[in-house]
Design a protein around this ligand. Structure first.
Ligand SMILES: *[C@@H]1O[C@H](CO)[C@@H](O)[C@H](O)[C@H]1NC(C)=O
Ligand SMILES: *[C@@H]1O[C@H](CO)[C@@H](O)[C@H](O)[C@H]1NC(C)=O
Ligand SMILES: *[C@@H]1O[C@H](CO)[C@@H](O)[C@H](O)[C@H]1NC(C)=O
Length: 443
C-alpha cells in the first residue's frame, strides 16, 4: 500500500511538472496558421539537385501567392532535395514549408546579390558605409508569414562572405540569412539555419514575432554570425532553440548612435526562454547598438557551454537611449571566459559624427539564479562616470572558477544596486543591501 502511494505521488508530481499545460510559453502572441491552399516549388520548375539555380522558381511561386490572394493564405512546399537559389522576398499570408531533407541553399554568386538601402536606425550598412546586401530570405512590410516544416535547412553558404570579410574585400555589408523589416505576426519554427553570411535571424521594426524550435549553426570562427538579433522590435518570443555560432547567440538591439537616437524605435517585450548554445562571444546579450532604447526583456532557462561572456549588457558613449527592466534568470554556464559583464565602453561607432555627450541610461537589471562552473572571471559591472548604472541587482549567483571553488570577484565602477547570496561576493558598490527587497526594481 505504501509503495503504491509513493508511486502514485511520483506519478502525480510527474504530471504536474511535465504536463503540456504547465509549460510556460509566449508563443501564443502569434497563433499558428494552417493553410488549405498549397503549392509546391516543383510546380514552378524548381529542381532540388543542388546545381540548378531556382531563383526564378522561388520568385514566381511567391509572386503567384501574392496575386492569388487566397483567403487563409497559401503554403509553399519545398520537398526533400537541395534547392540552390539567389535571394528572394516573401509575401504576406504565406507559409514557407521545408519538408524533412529539404535544403534551401544560397548561391555563392556574390556579384549579382541585390543591394538595398541601409537601415535608417543605423545610417549605413553595419560593417561598410552605404547600402547593404539584401538578406537571403527577405520580408518587408509583411504580416502573417510562417517559415516552418520538418526541420529542413536554410543554408547561407557563408564561407565566401566570411573570406571577403577576412580579406577586407567586401564592397558592402554582408547579407543576413533571414530579415523581416516593418512586419508583424511572424512565426519561424522547426527549421535549421546554417552558415549565415552575417547575422542569422534579424527582425527589425517588427512586432509579434515567434521564433521557436530552431537550430542555428555556424563555425565558432565565422565572423558576426549572431544567432537571433531582435532589433527595434516589440513582442518577440524566442524559445526552445539551440544556437551555436561565431558571435552572440541572442542580442537585443535598437539602432546605432545618432541614427538610432533620431529614429527612436525601442525594442520592448522580448522573451528568450529555454535556449541552449555555445559562442566565443556572448550567450545572452543586450546591445551594443541600443540607441532607440531596450526595455522589458526576460531571459530564462538558458544553458551555455563554452561561451565568451555568459550574460552581456553592452553599450557605449554616443549611443544615448536606455536599457531598463532587463531580467535574466535560471542560467547554467560551463566553461566561460567571463560570467557576467555590464559595461558602457563596448562597441564601435558608425562614424565620427556621434555625440560623445549622448550617454545611455541604464537602470533596472536583475540577474538571478545563475550557476557557473569553470568560469575564468566572474566579470565586471562598469557604468559611465556621468551616467552611473543604477538598480543593478544580483541574487543567488554561484560562479565557480577553473581551479578553485570560486572565480575571482566581480569588479565594479559607477554602479549602484544590490546583491544577495552572490558567490564570489561582489564589489562593495553592490554588497550593502539588506536581504529583503534586494531585487525590487527602482525605475
Ligand atoms: C525585394 O524587396 C526589396 C526590399 O523591399 C526590394 O528592393 C526588391 O526590389 C525586391 N526584389 C524583388 C525581386 O521583388
Ligand atoms: C524538429 O526539431 C525540434 C527541436 O529543435 C524537435 O522538437 C522536433 O521534434 C523536430 N521535428 C521533426 C519533425 O523532426
Ligand atoms: C518589466 O519587464 C517584464 C518583462 O520581462 C514585464 O512583464 C513587466 O511588466 C515590466 N515592468 C514594467 C514596470 O514595465
Amino acid at each position: 500500500m505504501f509503495r503504491f502511494l509513493v508511486t502514485l505521488s511520483i506519478l502525480l508530481s510527474y504530471f504536474n511538472c511535465f504536463s503540456l499545460a504547465s509549460v510556460v510559453t509566449c508563443s501564443g502572441i502569434v497563433p499558428m496558421r494552417y493553410r488549405n491552399d498549397k503549392i509546391s516549388i516543383t510546380d514552378f520548375g524548381g529542381v532540388g539537385d543542388g546545381k540548378t539555380l531556382n531563383t526564378k522558381a522561388f520568385r514566381e511561386a511567391i509572386y503567384r501567392i501574392q496575386h492569388l490572394r487566397r483567403s487563409g493564405g497559401t503554403l509553399l512546399y519545398v520537398p526533400p532535395g537541395v534547392y540552390l537559389t539567389g535571394s528572394f522576398n516573401l509575401t504576406s499570408h504565406m507559409t514557407l514549408y521545408l519538408a524533412k531533407g529539404a535544403v534551401i541553399k544560397a548561391t555563392q554568386d556574390t556579384w549579382n546579390w541585390p543591394l538595398i538601402a541601409p537601415l535608417p536606425s543605423y545610417g549605413r550598412g553595419r560593417e561598410r558605409p552605404g547600402g547593404r546586401y539584401m538578406s537571403f530570405i527577405h520580408g518587408d512590410g509583411l504580416q502573417d508569414v510562417v517559415i516552418t516544416g520538418e526541420n529542413g535547412t536554410i543554408d547561407g553558404q557563408g564561407a565566401i562572405w566570411w573570406n571577403m570579410w577576412r580579406q577586407r574585400t567586401l564592397p558592402f555589408t554582408r547579407p543576413n540569412l533571414i530579415e523581416f523589416m516593418n512586419s508583424r505576426s511572424i512565426i519561424i519554427s522547426n527549421v535549421i539555419f546554417q552558415n549565415s553570411p552575417f547575422w542569422n535571424i534579424h527582425p527589425v521594426y517588427c512586432s509579434n514575432v515567434v521564433i521557436r524550435y530552431v537550430t542555428i549553426l555556424a563555425p565558432a570562427d565565422s565572423p558576426n554570425t549572431d544567432g537571433i538579433d531582435p532589433d527595434s522590435s516589440s513582442n518577440v518570443c524566442i524559445e526552445d532553440s539551440y544556437i551555436s555560432t561565431g558571435d552572440d547567440l541572442v542580442a537585443v538591439k535598437s539602432g546605432w548612435d545618432e541614427y538610432g537616437i533620431a529614429y527612436g524605435h525601442p525594442s520592448s517585450g522580448i522573451t528568450i526562454r529555454r535556449v541552449t548554445g555555445s559562442s566565443p562571444f556572448s550567450g545572452i546579450a543586450v546591445g551594443s547598438e541600443t540607441s532607440g532604447g531596450v526595455e522589458n526583456v526576460l531571459a530564462e532557462h538558458i544553458n551555455l557551454y563554452n561561451v565568451g561572456v555568459g550574460i552581456h549588457v553592452k553599450t557605449n558613449i554616443g549611443r544615448g537611449g536606455f536599457i531598463r527592466n532587463i531580467t535574466v534568470s535560471d542560467v547554467y554556464m560551463e566553461n566561460a571566459r567571463k560570467g557576467i559583464k555590464i559595461a558602457g565602453d563596448v562597441g564601435d561607432h558608425p562614424d565620427d559624427k556621434f555625440n560623445p555627450n549622448a550617454l545611455p541610461v541604464v537602470n533596472g537589471i536583475t540577474i538571478k539564479d545563475v550557476w557557473g562552473t569553470k568560469v575564468q572571471q566572474s566579470g565586471l559591472i562598469q557604468g559611465l562616470k556621468n551616467s552611473p548604472f543604477t538598480g543593478i541587482c544580483l541574487s543567488n549567483i554561484n560562479l565557480q572558477g577553473v581551479a578553485g571553488p570560486t572565480s575571482p570577484p566581480l569588479k565594479c565602477s559607477d554602479v549602484s544596486g544590490s546583491a544577495y547570496q552572490v558567490k564570489p561576493w561582489p564589489c562593495s558598490e553592490l554588497s550593502s543591501s539588506q536581504q529583503t527587497g534586494a531585487c525590487s526594481n527602482h525605475f
